[in-house]
Design a protein around this ligand. Structure first.
Ligand code: ADP
Ligand code: MG
Length: 607
């Protein structure tokens, strides 16, 4: 028998690769406009016809290409932007794979005109279905113009797959917004057929947002609050909407280093800050720009995926959360359910004739807090209360923004309320109640525990060290072929939290160990299938989302049930651990964990 393996012709290989990069007219627009920006353009003109089906045209006044480069640009993996793999980790340009033009040329009819400033004549290249039909010198302006016609003319299946004009146009606009909102220093115009629908002169970020989304009726400027924080991990800048302007549909954008990103986890941080300020069904607008060292993020190499992985995700979460809360607080839009600022010294009122003298201080010069300490904590009743803080210190370590130190605030708060400190009551086997400075604190025991366990599991996943509990009788996990792929996707993470699997047959595993926290739960199999379902449902396939789903699933399984009686000691531990969690007010899926009945509210009931 003769050999049967052969290499695919380039045109076919390009078409296959194109399927990944170019999915719809909006992808063409994105790639072309990004290229224009990368080429240093200060003016970019976009025009589409029939929602981009018949034409996507992008002209720029950027640096143009030589005639050789004009031809090279359409080769696969042809790029001027990175030279070796190392460069991948310090990407600042938009494109870098050198695949876009080759892909577009594989599935459309392309005409490109380009000229460098120093050249007298420019170059015209005509290429369709990866075949070059023409390349010749022409007269043209400095810069580059691409006309991409009849997308998918040679791939009817893909052409049919396109959605209605309004859907495709919406995709196009979304891509356009994602670029123009980070480049206010570039002028843009946008034509749909003969109608100019955007004219965006050079401006600053806030005005650019206004240019794009504002209108005579909707003065966006007045609706936006400024946010700004600069730390050595991240700089966060941008604008968030005043709560009263929240709507069902709202423009929400995250950018990192000048690139649009989706980030469900950070999104949650923003949404939590608005909790109770807006209707649960409403959404605030936000335009938030992160700047980080490019070495600390992992840009998804996949061109159509916009999820980005941050090395310091949790810390940035806290910083973002504090920044948004601060902005909302500064404009007096957050109700003060938070803890009292107890312990802050009162500023005494000075009488006009009183003499002001510098305060006297005394200190022990031989005191060394780090030396072999002779200091012993006095043995007091409330000593118990602090147990657990030591071991929680690691978790709250990253919470160094200085904005939100729940443990300390809680300590001081508990301290002051001396008469009932550390006295917890459980009611309905469901809520833990205690007296605090500002009134009565009620905590939902199960939700509190879910938060604590969730944070623990997330930590174990990220540090790859969970404790395993061997099962006396291993359970057999039989997967459907469908689930198998998802399971493979999360198996490593499951190992990190303490699961142990042994492959038995195809699609069949023995579960030999489970996370130590789960030792009292029956039904490992339902848990695993729940987890698979969640991963399957998870929007986006960013690893961080998968991790969250796993951690949440585990936390919900292992958490104490509503209806379970708790001892004093258990309640104390639970509350301590809860306050060591940075986001102790809400469960990972946004449910309220605790609430305070203020003294006023209580008093009002006795009126
Ligand atoms: P990438 O952007 O990933 O490098 P592309 O296929 O999008 O890959 O483009 C290939 C190359 O063509 C770019 O690296 C750049 O050198 C050149 N190029 C593309 N578009 C333009 C443009 N508008 N102006 C100047 N050069 C361009
Ligand atoms: Mg590109």
């Amino acid at each position: 028998m003769s050999d049967i393996i052969h290499l695919l012709p380039d045109s076919v290989a390009n078409q296959i690769a194109a399927g990944e990069v170019i999915q719809r007219p909006a992808s063409v627009l994105k790639e072309l406009v990004e290229n224009a920006i990368d080429a240093g353009a200060t003016f970019v003109r976009v025009a589409i016809k029939d929602a981009g089906r018949t034409l996507v045209q992008v002209s720029d006044n950027g640096k143009g290409m030589s005639d050789t480069d004009a031809r090279m640009a359409f080769e696969r993996h042809a790029t001027s932007k990175i030279k070796d793999a190392q460069d991948l980790f310090s990407i600042r340009t938009m494109g870098f794979r050198g695949e876009a033009l080759a892909s577009i040329a594989a599935v459309a009819q392309v005409e490109m005109r380009t000229r460098r400033e120093e050249d007298e004549l420019g170059t015209l290249v005509e290429i369709a279905g990866s075949r070059v039909f023409r390349q010749e010198p022409i007269q043209c302006d400095k810069g580059t113009t691409f006309q991409v016609k009849n997308l998918f003319f040679n791939v009817p299946a893909r052409r049919r797959f396109l959605k209605s004009d309004s859907v495709e146009k919406n995709h196009i606009l979304q891509e356009f917004y994602r670029i123009v909102l980070v480049h206010p220093d570039v002028e843009f115009s946008f034509y749909d057929g003969d109608d100019e629908i955007f004219k965006l002169p050079v401006s600053n970020t806030k005005l650019r947002i206004e240019q794009v989304f504002g209108s005579a009726k909707k003065k966006l400027n007045q609706q936006l609050l400024n946010i700004e924080t600069d730390t050595n991990l991240v700089a966060v800048k941008g604008f968030i909407g005043r709560p009263e302007y929240a709507q069902k549909q709202a423009h929400q954008f995250f950018f990192v280093n000048g690139r649009y990103m989706r980030h469900p986890y950070f999104h949650k941080a923003v949404m939590l800050a608005y909790n109770q300020l807006i209707q649960p069904t409403d959404n605030p607008v936000y335009f938030i720009y992160f700047d980080v060292d490019p070495q600390t993020i992992d840009i998804n190499i996949h061109p159509t995926k916009t999820e980005i992985k941050f090395e310091n995700e949790q810390a940035i979460w806290s910083i973002l959360s504090a920044t948004v809360k601060e902005a909302l607080g500064k404009f007096n839009v957050v109700p003060s359910i938070d803890f009292d600022r107890e312990g802050v010294p009162d500023i005494p009122v000075q009488k006009a004739d009183s003499i002001i003298s510098p305060p006297k201080t005394s200190f022990n010069p031989s005191y060394n807090p780090f030396g072999a300490s002779t200091y012993k904590r006095p043995q007091m009743e409330w000593e118990e209360l602090y147990k657990g803080f030591e071991k929680q210190a690691e978790i709250s370590d990253f919470n160094e923004t200085g904005q939100d130190r729940p443990v300390e605030i809680f300590q001081s708060k508990m301290n002051k309320d001396s008469e009932n400190t550390g006295t917890y009551f459980q009611i309905k086997n469901r809520y833990i109640i205690t007296s605090v400075k500002s009134g009565m604190l009620m905590i939902d025991q199960r939700r509190a525990h879910i938060r604590i366990l969730f944070d623990q599991f997330m930590k174990e996943i990220s540090e790859k060290k969970g404790f395993s509990q061997q099962l006396l009788f291993p359970e057999v996990l039989q997967l459907m072929p469908d689930d198998y792929l998802f399971f493979e996707q999360i198996k490593t993470e499951l190992r990190y939290v303490g699961f142990e699997f042994e492959a038995e047959k195809t699609y069949q595993y023995q579960v030999k160990g489970i996370p130590a926290q789960l030792k009292n739960t029956s039904g490992v199999l339902p848990l695993l299938s729940d987890m698979l379902e969640r991963v399957r449902q998870a929007t986006g396939d960013a690893l961080s989302v998968i991790h969250e789903q796993i951690a949440l699933s585990l936390a919900e399984t292992a958490a104490i049930q509503t209806g379970q009686t708790m001892s004093k000691k258990e309640m104390t531990d639970l509350v301590d651990q809860l306050f060591a969690c940075p986001a102790h007010n809400h469960t990972p899926d946004g449910k309220l964990i605790m609430t305070i009945w203020t003294q006023d509210e209580i008093q009002a009931r006795f009126k």
